[in-house]
Design a protein around this ligand. Structure first.
Ligand code: FAD
Length: 432
């Protein structure tokens, strides 16, 4: 049997690792992971890469090396089509940085296929957003953001000698986790740039405007958490604009529905997600309004039993207006279930159904504080609100659990030690 997993993100790489160890290494099945990038970085770290608090080179996992150690193969390629009758997927031509073709369009046959291609930011087709805003959809965009930020701070430091009132203005649309966490990381970066030699740049020289269409920040969380987050970002000096809808963007300007203009040097879009459009053109996949692939409770797609979808790209309805949320914990839980279901398919056993368990949500405001809520076992099915050090530990443990799923406990513990050492020997901010 040949199992293909397309997308090595929070869900796909955990699944490839599980199936590689369970089936691939024992030659019970061929397990192939396909991703358009050669390395994996856990997506919830992208705002830290963008601000420079994390060096993506240090935390990235090479798919090829990881596959070699865990019993699966890896192929670099971009999934672009599916022929479900012939049971094969199509991969777009592979081009190098100069646009030269390295590999032509190819096909890859499968017996079981898992789509785990994640999501991208949703610009809701608002005019100008795609052309004038920065997005945090992948490592390349986050690194690009960081390079631009370093240059802007260097430029500002020079300009401040002539005009002490100059500011770097950043406007972020989306008061969800990504927007809020990026905001806090920018303030942390500003302080560290000052410490590492950009001495003219002080707290007065960074202006962040956080724009949210709804009446509160992090609307997916409880009012208590949302108020705590609002209080913390206001303490940093952020200009929070609630109930503000952006109607269009142009270079350096957001226009709002109430006919105001928000001008900034850097425009960031972090409001909502969707699955890339091309998925809706693939015959044999049903999709919802976010282009998520509709799946049954077994996580098999609604049309084909040998095609699964997991993570952000999967649409599983829990009740009339409630879908499994696009979060790392959903991708993790879905990967675990599909891993078990594929093994059960080999054993001709009935498949299990997905039960989403919300373990809570935590918002990291960089080194300032962490706020959130933990659900479930801790409070007999209830929830507890956390803030500060304990919340920070719970937030960090999410990434540590991902590392455990990929590398096992012994290596994951060594990685914690390596991180502590790096904290001592490396600068606290990526400066180039
Ligand atoms: C800045 C930020 C902060 C976040 N913070 C949190 C948080 O604190 N907690 C939380 O629970 N969630 C958080 N999230 C959401 C979380 O990152 C996602 O829900 C999660 O990564 C989804 O996992 P996934 O496996 O579905 O997709 P991803 O992790 O996005 O992986 C998708 C993979 O598919 C590959 N791919 C995409 N298209 C193709 C293609 N056509 N062909 C081949 N490969 C392809 C990509 O290269 C990628 O490796 C955050 C997201 C962002 C952007």
């Amino acid at each position: 049997m040949k199992i293909i997993i397309v997308g090595g993100g929070a869900g796909g790489l955990e699944l490839a690792t599980y199936l590689g160890r369970k089936l691939g290494a024992k030659k019970k099945a061929e397990v192939l992971l396909i991703d358009r990038q050669p390395t994996h970085l856990w997506k919830p770290l992208l705002h830290e890469v963008a601000a420079g608090s994390l060096d993506s080179e240090v935390d990235s996992v090479s798919y090829r090396a990881h596959g070699h150690q865990n019993g699966f193969q890896f192929k670099l390629g971009e999934f672009c089509g599916l022929d479900s009758d012939r049971q094969c997927i199509q991969l777009a031509p592979l081009l190098d940085d100069e646009g030269e073709e390295i590999l032509p369009q190819r096909e890859e046959p499968y017996d079981q296929l898992v789509l785990a291609i994640g999501s991208v930011s949703n610009d809701f087709r608002i005019p100008g957003v795609a052309d004038h805003c920065r997005f945090l959809d992948g490592t390349a965009q986050a690194k690009n953001f960081h390079r631009n930020l370093v240059n802007r701070f260097i430029q500002l430091n020079r300009q401040l000698k002539d005009d002490p009132a100059m500011k770097l203005r950043v406007a972020i649309v989306g008061g969800g986790a990504t927007g809020v966490e990026l905001t806090a990381e920018l303030f942390n970066a500003r302080e560290l740039f000052n410490m590492y030699g950009l001495e003219q740049v002080t707290a007065d020289n960074l202006d962040v405007t956080l724009i949210e269409a709804g009446p509160c920040l992090v609307p997916a969380l409880s009012p208590r958490v949302s108020n705590a987050v609002l209080e913390e970002v206001k303490k940093l000096g952020v200009d929070v604009r609630l109930n503000t809808q952006v109607s269009s963007a142009e270079k350096g300007i957001f226009h709002t529905k109430d006919e105001n203009k928000i001008e900034a040097d850097i425009l960031v879009w972090a409001a909502g997600i969707k699955v890339p459009e091309f998925i809706t053109d693939i015959e044999g996949l049903e999709t919802n309004r976010l282009n998520q692939i509709l799946v049954k409770p077994t996580l098999q797609t609604t049309v084909h039993d040998n095609i699964y979808a997991i993570g952000d790209c999967a649409g599983l309805q829990l009740s009339e207006n409630k879908w499994v949320p696009p979060r790392a914990q959903s991708a993790h839980q879905m990967a675990s279930l599909v891993g078990k279901n594929i093994v059960k398919t080999l054993q001709n056993k009935p498949l299990d159904e997905f039960q989403y368990r919300d373990h809570g949500s935590l918002i990291s405001l960089s080194r300032y504080t962490t706020v959130g809520v933990l659900m479930g076992n801790l409070g007999k099915g209830g929830s507890i609100n956390l803030r500060g050090w304990l919340a920070r530990m719970a937030y960090i443990s999410l990434y540590r659990m991902h590392q455990v799923a990929l590398h096992g406990w012994p290596k994951a513990i060594l990685m914690v030690v390596a991180d502590r050492i790096n904290h001592i020997i490396r600068p606290r901010l990526k400066l180039h």
